[in-house]
Design a protein around this ligand. Structure first.
Ligand SMILES: C[S@@+](CC[C@H](N)C(=O)[O-])C[C@H]1O[C@@H](n2cnc3c(N)ncnc32)[C@H](O)[C@@H]1O
Length: 255
C-alpha cells in the first residue's frame, strides 16, 4: 500500500502471524464480567481506568485486537467502534462478536491514519494497541482529531522504567539495571523480532499531548496486588511491586 509507513506494514504482518496465539486470551477477556487491565489483570475497581458512566458515549478503540475492551465498554452502555491494522486479529474479533452476540463496527485501518471524521467520539482508548505499536507522533494527533470537545483519550502502555530495564532477549523479565538511555527514547526494535514498538519518556509524552490540544488528567502507575500473576513475562511480581511496570494515561480535549 503506497504511503503506509514501513513499521505499520511490519507490524501488520507480525500481528497477522501472531493472531491465532491471542484468540484464547481474547475469548477469556470477552467472557469476563469486570474489565481487568494489563499483564497483571488488575480489576477496574482497583485500577480506575474507565469513567464511571459510559452510557450513550461513542468510543473508538485504536488497535482493538480481539475487541474485548470495546465489548466491556458496550456492556457498560457505550457505542463502541474498533479499529485494527491486522485482518487476522479482526477476524478473531468478529468470531467473538458472533459467539457473544455483541456486534459493533470493526474497521481495518492504521490508527496513524484513521478514515473517520473529526470530532465523532467521546472516548478514544487503547490497551497495548496503537498506544505501543504506532508512532505516538502520528496516532496521538489522530486520536485528538477524532475526539469531540470534552472527549477523553485513555491509553495503557509499558512503563518507562520497564522499557529501560527489559533485556533485548525475548522472554526475560525487567532487571534492576538501566539497560538503555532514557533521553531520546521513541522507537524500539528487538533482535529476533521484526515488529516495531514506540515508547516515549514522560516529558516528551506530556509535551506531545499538550501540542495535540489535550490536557493531561492522570497518569496511573499500575501496581499488581500481592500474589498476582502476569500474562507475559515482562516483569517478576517482586519487581512490579517495587516499580511501575505499566502506566495508564488520561488526557482530555477542552471545550
Ligand atoms: C496486544 S494487541 C492489543 C489489543 C487488545 N487489547 C488485545 O489484547 O486484543 C495489539 C494490537 O495492535 C494492533 N496494531 C498494531 N499496529 C497498529 C496500527 N498501526 N493501527 C492499529 N492497530 C495496530 C495489532 O494489530 C494488534 O491487534
Amino acid at each position: 500500500m503506497t504511503g503506509t509507513p514501513p513499521h505499520v506494514l511490519r507490524n501488520r504482518s507480525a500481528w497477522d502471524r501472531w493472531a491465532a496465539g491471542y484468540a484464547e486470551a481474547g475469548l477469556r477477556s470477552w467472557a469476563a464480567d469486570e474489565p481487568t487491565w494489563g499483564i497483571w489483570a488488575v480489576p477496574e475497581a482497583q485500577a480506575g481506568v474507565l469513567p464511571p458512566d459510559l452510557d450513550g458515549l461513542d468510543t473508538v478503540e485504536l488497535g482493538c485486537g480481539t475487541g474485548y475492551v470495546s465489548a466491556w465498554l458496550a456492556r457498560r452502555g457505550a457505542r463502541p467502534a474498533g479499529l485494527d491494522n491486522s485482518a487476522a486479529q479482526l477476524a478473531t474479533a468478529r468470531a467473538l462478536q458472533e459467539r457473544f452476540g455483541l456486534r459493533f463496527p470493526l474497521l481495518h485501518a492504521s490508527a496513524e491514519h484513521v478514515p473517520l471524521a473529526d470530532a465523532t467520539f467521546d472516548i478514544a482508548i487503547s490497551e497495548y494497541g496503537a498506544s505501543i505499536w504506532c508512532d505516538p507522533y502520528a496516532w496521538i494527533p489522530e486520536a485528538a482529531r477524532l475526539l469531540r470537545p470534552r472527549g477523553q483519550l485513555i491509553f495503557l502502555v509499558n512503563s518507562v522504567q520497564l522499557m529501560l530495564s527489559i533485556p533485548d532477549e525475548d522472554g526475560l523479565p525487567a532487571t534492576e539495571r538501566l539497560l538503555r538511555p532514557y533521553f531520546g527514547m521513541h522507537r524500539f526494535e528487538w533482535p529476533d523480532d521484526e515488529s516495531v514498538e514506540f515508547h516515549l519518556g514522560h516529558g516528551d509524552m506530556i509535551r506531545l499531548l499538550r501540542r495535540c490540544g489535550l490536557e493531561v488528567e492522570d497518569l496511573i502507575e499500575i501496581r499488581p496486588a500481592p500474589g498476582a500473576t502476569a500474562s507475559h513475562p515482562l516483569a517478576t511480581l517482586e519487581w512490579a511491586r517495587q516499580w511501575s511496570s505499566e502506566e495508564v494515561w488520561k488526557a482530555r480535549k477542552p471545550n
